[in-house]
Write a protein that binds this ligand. Structure first.
Ligand code: DAU
Length: 343
């Protein structure tokens, strides 16, 4: 089977490629990534067989580039797994247009190619954020209405609606997976776990938004990769599958766990102005994917400790990925605006 997988130089994408090359035989991957601030080929360097092999080929490019997608589809592919997206909620507040371009127009481009080239299956990585905020004891199932609460999640919800339209209009075969907050190695250090870990190591304060009681359901990335592959191979056309871990943890509690793991001072935790429109909690009911045979295996505390140690022991990776991003003038201004003067 030959697949186009997009967004492979990012966090979940690179973990998925590594997972598939380790666990699935007879698979050829065409890996596409636009290598923007959070995507770096360094994340693919140690995949089995290397970046260029008979099982994996890397192409630098964007899902928005119709000619390129057509060129790839012309050589014959059996499916598309789309992980290419702008994903950071705080950045969406400053640059919502970038999110519409990549997360909506880019997806539409892939959907039209799926139809034109009769590609057998399209899988979209969506997010629990499309349902909006709730309480852990009131999880949303896949039939819940879409009530996105920020400029990132609204772009992901829009993409999900375009997929429904493509199934109905062009008759394509598509499935959607909505995951909760992933964590693990190779996550760009703007997301709270690698970001706070890096700051603790550098002896800097942890900018905890608002009261810090907001909660997230933490899912280990390898468990999510298994969910993606299961839905790609066994999911029913047109269906959506939630994948949550049941590890709800408040941001304050999470910050304390990170500080404790690195044996640092709890005084580093500093409450700062809240994120605009900060959703309190995301929670999903995962019964449907469990019926397909999935369940998360990871023990949260064990994997969190391993993840923190991975960032501590891979300073070269952290420095390299941050150097690339801060060389980008737009990105530097994001950190400048967003954190340096935040109180
Ligand atoms: O729920 C899945 C989603 O999880 C994905 O779809 C998104 O792409 C991904 O970015 C993530 O969204 P969050 O906004 O939940 O992740 P983030 O790591 O940015 O923030 C996690 C929590 O930590 C959130 O409640 C905000 C808080 N936070 C975050 C940062 C970066 C802080 O208190 N301070 C910070 O500096």
């Amino acid at each position: 089977m030959k697949l186009l997988i997009t967004g492979t130089a990012g966090f979940i994408g690179s973990n998925l490629v590594r997972y598939l090359l380790n666990h699935v035989d007879d698979l050829q991957i065409i890996s596409l990534d636009s290598l923007e601030y959070a995507g770096d080929k360094i994340n693919l360097e140690n995949i089995p067989g290397g970046i260029e092999s008979d099982r994996h080929r890397f192409i630098h490019g964007s899902i928005c580039d119709t000619n390129l997608i057509d060129e790839i589809a012309t050589e014959g592919i059996d499916g598309i797994i789309n992980l290419a997206a702008h994903t950071h909620v705080d950045r969406a507040y400053y640059h919502p247009g970038v999110f519409i371009k990549n997360n909506v127009e880019g997806v539409l481009n892939l959907l039209r190619a799926t139809a034109r080239f009769d590609i057998k299956r399209y899988l979209q990585i969506s997010t629990d954020e499309v349902y909006g905020s709730t309480q852990p004891e009131h999880p949303f199932d896949e039939k819940a209405p879409l009530r996105p609460g920020n400029y990132y999640s609204s772009s992901k919800a829009a993409a999900d609606l375009y997929i429904a339209a493509a199934i109905n209009t062009d008759g394509i075969d598509a499935v959607i997976v909505r995951g909760t907050n992933n964590f693990g190695p190779y996550q760009f250090p703007e997301k709270v776990i690698p970001f706070f870990t890096r700051r603790i190591i550098d002896g800097e304060t942890l900018p905890l938004y608002g009261h810090g009681q907001q909660m997230r359901d933490w899912l280990y990335v390898e468990d999510f990769c298994r969910a993606i592959w299961l839905v790609f191979t066994r999911g029913v056309c047109g269906e959506i599958y939630n994948a949550g871990a049941g590890n709800h943890t408040s941001n304050l509690e999470l910050s304390k766990k990170l500080v404790k793991t690195l044996d640092a001072d709890y005084g580093l935790i500093k409450h700062v102005a809240d994120r605009p429109g900060h959703d309190f909690c995301y929670a999903v009911n995962s019964d449907k994917i469990r019926k397909l045979g999935w369940r998360p295996d990871a023990d949260f505390d064990t994997k969190l400790t391993e993840t923190v140690i991975w960032y501590r022991d891979n300073q070269e990776w952290v420095n390299s990925i941050m150097t690339k991003s801060s060389a980008d003038p737009d990105d530097e201004s994001f950190f400048e605006k967003h954190y340096r003067h935040r109180t």
